[in-house]
Design a protein around this ligand. Structure first.
Ligand SMILES: [Cu+2]
Length: 310
């Protein structure tokens, strides 16, 4: 009886995440498809109700003929798009590569945070850290190949960091064109806290079909409390600024970040909480009431970054 119940529960759990598997020991191994060597495939874990997820990998064309990544399919979400980042007037935006991604002969194409990436659109379930998901890549010449993507921490930069538990040295990271903040958006490209925070949040959660608005942005010292809304959802987030002046999302909440007492309960220093709560009351009163109502729709508290972590 107990065993049956366990099987039932397990069945239910699996049914809610049909595309996700537990980490297999051979995951993220190099896969060969014709002349293409594919390695380092990972997805970033997503927050609850996040509509999109980012996928990254390295494709080396060891042959003498150009190839092209034509399409990608995933067992979850509506579709997978191939995106590039473009710098438009100092603002990083994402653009879909509709014609696919060229993989020139003898070249290695790296999809990484802050640059080219796969984007799983229309997610209806979370990508859970520690699991993995198989996606099918279709190349013009090499044909179809199934690649296992490990699901790594939300802010991870890549396989190397995750496996050692330490970030690569800053110089090394910059050398690979990666971002400073741990997410895909390079905050060094823009000046000012508002632009950095807005860029960070948009990079994490915005899609073409679901624009994200970030307001109000309340800053006290190295702590910020912001509100965001996207379609009919919304929430508040607590951010921390590091020594280089780059912001990271520490946690997300709804009304858990409303008011002085709640902020203090979530670790905001008492003096900062007092000032932040005062400007929060003012700024939120100036916003449309339906937008403020959306902030409360975020259930509970989601820790994104461990305080004092890497
Ligand atoms: Cu994208």
């Amino acid at each position: 009886m107990k065993r049956m119940l366990q099987a039932l529960l397990l069945g239910t759990a699996l049914a809610t995440t049909p595309g996700l598997a537990d980490h297999a020991s051979h995951s993220a191994a190099e896969v060969q498809a014709g002349e293409l060597a594919i390695s380092g495939a990972f997805l970033r874990a997503t927050l609850p109700r996040a509509p999109v997820g980012g996928g990254y990998l390295t494709i080396a064309n060891q042959g003498t003929e150009d190839d092209r990544l034509v399409s990608v399919t995933a067992p979850v979400g509506k579709e997978v798009q191939i995106h590039e980042m473009a710098n438009t007037d100092g603002v990083m935006t994402m653009r879909q590569l509709v014609g696919g991604l060229p993989i020139p002969a003898g070249r290695t194409v790296v999809l990484e945070p802050g640059g080219l990436h796969l984007m799983v659109m229309g997610l209806t379930e979370r990508l859970v850290e520690g699991k993995s998901m198989d996606m099918v890549l279709r190349f013009e010449k090499a044909g179809e190949v199934t690649v296992r993507f490990d699901i790594l921490a939300l802010n991870t930069r890549g396989m190397a960091e995750d496996h050692t538990g330490h970030a690569a040295p800053a110089g090394d990271r910059e050398g690979h064109g990666m971002s400073h903040d741990g997410a895909g958006f390079d905050q060094a490209r823009v000046e000012g806290d508002e632009a950095r925070i807005t860029g960070l949040l948009k990079d994490m959660f915005e899609t073409e079909n679901a624009p994200l608005s970030v307001a109000p942005i309340l800053i006290e010292g190295d702590t910020a409390v912001i509100g965001w809304s996207q379609e009919d959802r919304g929430g508040r987030a607590l951010l921390r600024r590091d020594a280089q002046g780059f912001w990271r999302v520490s946690l997300c909440a709804g009304d858990g970040l409303k008011g002085e007492a709640n902020m203090a309960a979530l670790g905001v220093e008492p003096e900062a909480a007092t000032r932040l709560a005062a400007i929060q009351a003012q700024e939120e009163a100036a916003l449309p009431p339906e937008q403020v109502a959306r902030f409360a729709s975020f259930d509970g508290v989601m820790h994104v970054d461990q305080e004092g972590g890497h």
